[in-house]
Write a protein that binds this ligand. Sequence first.
Ligand code: ZN
Ligand code: ZN
Ligand code: FE
Length: 780
Amino acid sequence: MESRDEGDGFLSQEGALLERRKVPGRAARILVEGIVQGVGFRPFVHRLAKSLKLSGWVLNSTRGVEIEVEGTEAAIMDFYNEVSARTPAAARILKKTIKFHPPVGYSSFVIKESAEENLRTALISPDIAVCRDCLAEMLDESDRRHLYAFINCTNCGPRYTIIESLPYDRPRTSMRKFTMCSECEREYNDMSNRRYHAQPNACHFCGPAVQLFSRFGPVPSEDPLRRASELLRSGHIIAVKGVGGFHLACNAEDEDAVRRLRLGKNREMKPLAVMSPNSRTVMEFCDISPAERELMESPKRPIVLLKKAERCFIAESVAPGNDSLGVFLPYTPLHYLLLRPPLRAIVMTSGNISDEPIVITNDDALKVLSGIADYFILHDRDIVSRCDDSVVRVIGGRECVLRRSRGYVPYPIELNIDLGECLACGGELKNTFCLTRGDSALLSQHIGDLRTLATLNFYKSAIAHFERLFSITPQTIAHDLHPEYMSSKYALARGGVLVGVQHHHAHIVSCMAENGIGGDAIGVALDGAGYGADGRTWGCEFLLARLEGYKRLGHLRYVPLPGGDAAALEPYRMAISYLYQTYGQGFEFEARRVGERWARDKIEILTGMIRRGVNSPLASSAGRLFDAVSALLGVCDISTYEGQAAMELEAISRSDLAESYPIKAEVDGDGTFVIDPAEMITHLVEDVEKGAPKPILAGMFHNTMAQTILEGCRLSRQLTGVKDVALSGGVFQNKILTEKALKLLEGNGFVCHLHRVVPPNDGGISLGQAVVAASKARKG
Ligand code: ZN
Ligand code: ZN
Ligand code: FE
């Protein structure tokens, strides 16, 4: 095929023309960017090129994989399309480009060795669940890796959690200390092998090994995982070393074992995750939709929140007061060997005490977890990066990530704006941080509650590791406006170009950015608490949001939080505050069913504090309104974990059978509208007095909140003419409310945007902070 656009002029020379007869019609340089290194991409390219009779080469470079192909134009275009259509399981292509140029005359297709150049801009793959092929080999008695707990290949295995630095090569991972045996080495160097350049490649003979320990030392065993499985069945608690940290495991059907685990972990009520061998077994204790099943089986293997089945054989104390369970499937060969029949489900909760980071070293496990675990499954492959399990929930038929960690991190979030190099420090609870380079945002794994010293140290070292790993030296540092957040203090101490970002603006921009909205949007931010621009606590906000700024259009009426932070831990305080605000001083608690459980003296102290304005900061928080209603209905007076009152309220709610209460919005002196829940509170109180069923009242409340969102958006649209709505904040982890609000908004001509891969809770605000800071800088 002739092409004139190349302008190489070589047709004019007869010699060259003769030469050209031997070479194919066209040549092209293809650049593939994304996660394409260490995932079997080059052998795949090699096979594909050969099958299409193309010559040339493939090479790992700083930007990804570079390919040179020569052949007919049709074959080249087939190749270009197939590269993304038939990508290896673990690879993820973000971008590919093709550029045609004159042919060179390659005789064959080869894999070129990458020079020891700086590969730091290449991306790192998240950890990938064990693949089908490896699992089959592991269960095959004739295979040399029969029952090997660390079997892996280029399509599966640990990645991010074992990498110390780039380029991704065995000497820069915690596999460094294991020298491959000749058999493993042969696989590693054989291009036609599934383990070609699989960095964690290992076997019984040369790789990591499992050992069973009791509190008193090693327990000799032929098959430690079979022994551990028996120990689980007989009611023991075992600390199990995994990919991103330790788990504490026990039989999920054994009420006593679960209670003992809770006691040891100092975790009273917060739901525990359950691991089960396959989806079929999960269906025996949970209802599961096709979308939920797909997520659960995906190589990311997140914990998926599922509704408990009518007959659920899981011990009640695994998730007390909850209608759902967090369930995940095994994701390492070790897990499969541990979860042997007849075990159907085991608790697999993070191996830590209370809010401390999960334990990652053998020594720490033996020290810190020995008060809880009877036995320990240890191994000698070190965990470089701590990474909790990710948690997702299907909302509105789509994945909503509640905790973005293992399996997801450090996959970049692609934005269609250039952010330059920036560090966003995140929030205080459920903290993540975010580093940006160009149009990619690298969101960290779940860090946790920064008020714990150990977690704060983890935060600082994780930031340093990320900066080194991705070779980013940010000058712009974005942070929350809250002066007391440890993340804000970190930013201040660090210095640089500091940009403070309002909490709810960050929430909304995080949602806008991942949905590619660059213009105006109505932001609906519902959460527990965020530092407001007026110094008060915000949390039910309607904003006219832009990437670089926002205007507060409306909010929930302020109420006092009697006792400040204590109000978030004790929902009944919020009930009293709302009753006081609605009825005034004369509310007769003693004559009402509402609040009959509350001690008289407590009521007096709290109403006194509110009246005199002592330690009762004002808040417009949706989370605290959920708390108040949860306590008014007698569902939850005291929270033992964040979000408990709201979760239990959602769990009992029958919104399908309920209507909604009236709610009023009026325009304030400063032009913002204020939503007043007083009328809803009086109706609720009357219905409680009448003894109406709690599930219906909880449903009424959810429906009223959805109506409130619609009303707020209507008013916002009147004020601005904007139809795009971004929903963000921790309250949108609530499936009933989110789905209801979505339906109402879309039925009323709004275009709704929900989070997808970034959490709606405070785990997502670092992304928003980064985008706001970069956008402010750009607009000067
Ligand atoms: Zn595999
Ligand atoms: Zn080996
Ligand atoms: Fe928040």
